[in-house]
Design a protein around this ligand. Structure first.
Ligand code: ATP
Ligand code: FE2
Length: 337
């Protein structure tokens, strides 16, 4: 197939247009994230934001790469999972561009796109995946044509947990990066950092995880007078250790030797280090893609669209409706391993 593949990401807070070129190489996306003045992400407000910025974002993508619309040979979009109103904006834009240019339309699974950009960027072959984002926290491995979920959060995603804790402290969305900064700054001032008095419940439930209890307990530490930086540090240590433990068990059960991180929380340096240490102890390796490809981006959508197209899949117009509750393990993976 010739031409560039356009990818449109709109599952939640971010509208993003990304590209892979005719040789299948990914290129950085043009993105815009809604930042509510107060409170969390409201689906309809986020959808309005996406509609408002769509035209100028698409224009700046074409300008950045010196392309004209006719250079686009296929259009891919996040079909799910995500917030209904946001997903529908991306799908509508994708249908419009596809029919205007008479090029194939491919609706893809957002979670699988996080995985594929990581595999492509890190050169992993058959990894165990630790997918840690706002809405999702899953440990995944490929088996018999699907990405199987070996363990996942039973309540909220780890990113949502960090964002909600931050919000109560008056830190705007996204809270994860600020928590990382506050934790590092606090740690740098400690001679002998200790979790004494900063203990939080453990989030592991068998192969699954649960984060709302950890968040409430962290909140209580603040109410009882603990320093914000100290609690941010403890929150990261506890929540990340739980993810690393489940990931380690998955490596052990499957006998796989590579761990791959994906999703927005995979931007976190402390989490990356903890995964590397665990992998090293098991004579395995841990990998994480560049940060611009961890957070939601159109490039990963373009990449998965291109992979699916090369494997003979397209989405007919009448099947291009959005799927809010699409799961990682619902997508047939014909290309991996
Ligand atoms: P999904 O639909 O896959 O759940 P998402 O909508 O949550 O995706 P992402 O961009 O994948 O979007 O992830 C956003 C999350 O990543 C937010 O919760 C944000 O706080 C978190 N995050 C971003 N950077 C960091 C960081 N450095 N440390 C911790 N968390 C981070
Ligand atoms: Fe995401």
């Amino acid at each position: 197939m010739g031409g560039w593949t356009l990818g449109i990401e709109s599952t939640a807070h971010t509208l993003s247009f990304g590209l892979v070129d005719s040789d299948g190489n990914p290129h950085p996306a043009c993105s815009d994230t809604v930042r509510p003045d107060k409170g969390g992400i409201h689906p309809r407000e986020a959808a309005d934001h996406h509609k408002e910025v769509a035209h100028s974002l698409f224009t700046s993508l074409l300008e950045t790469y010196q392309l004209s619309p006719t250079d686009i040979g296929a259009v891919s979009f996040s079909q799910g999972p995500g917030l209904g109103p946001c997903l529908r904006v991306g799908a509508a834009i994708a249908r419009g561009i596809s029919s205007r240019l008479s090029v194939p339309l491919i609706g893809v699974n957002h979670c699988v796109a996080h995985i594929e950009i990581g595999r492509q960027q890190c050169g992993c072959n058959d990894p165990v995946l630790l997918y840690v984002s706002g809405g999702n926290t899953q440990v995944i491995a490929h088996l018999d044509g699907k990405y199987r979920v070996l363990g996942e959060t039973l309540d909220i995603g780890i990113g949502n947990m960090l964002d909600k804790f931050a919000r109560v402290q008056g830190i705007p969305f996204p809270g994860g990066p600020v928590i990382e900064k506050l934790a590092a700054e606090w740690l740098a001032l400690q001679d002998n950092p200790s979790l004494n008095g900063l203990e939080l419940p453990f989030a592991v439930r068998g192969m699954d995880l649960a984060f709302s209890g950890v968040m409430t307990a962290a909140q209580r530490l603040i109410e009882n007078g603990a320093e914000l930086g100290a609690v941010c540090w403890s929150l990261q240590e506890h929540a990340f250790a739980a993810c690393v433990e489940v990931a380690e068990r998955a490596l052990s059960h499957t006998g796989k030797k590579e761990l791959l991180l994906g999703g927005g929380v995979a931007c976190n340096s402390r989490l990356r280090t903890m995964c590397e240490q665990m992998a090293e102890e098991r004579e395995s390796t841990s990998h994480a893609p560049p940060r611009m490809y961890c957070i939601d981006n159109g490039t990963m959508i373009a990449l998965l669209g291109r992979i699916e197209l090369d494997n003979g899949r397209q989405t007919p117009y009448e099947e291009s409706g959005v799927e809010q509750y699409l799961r990682t393990d619902q997508t047939q993976v014909t290309w991996a391993v």
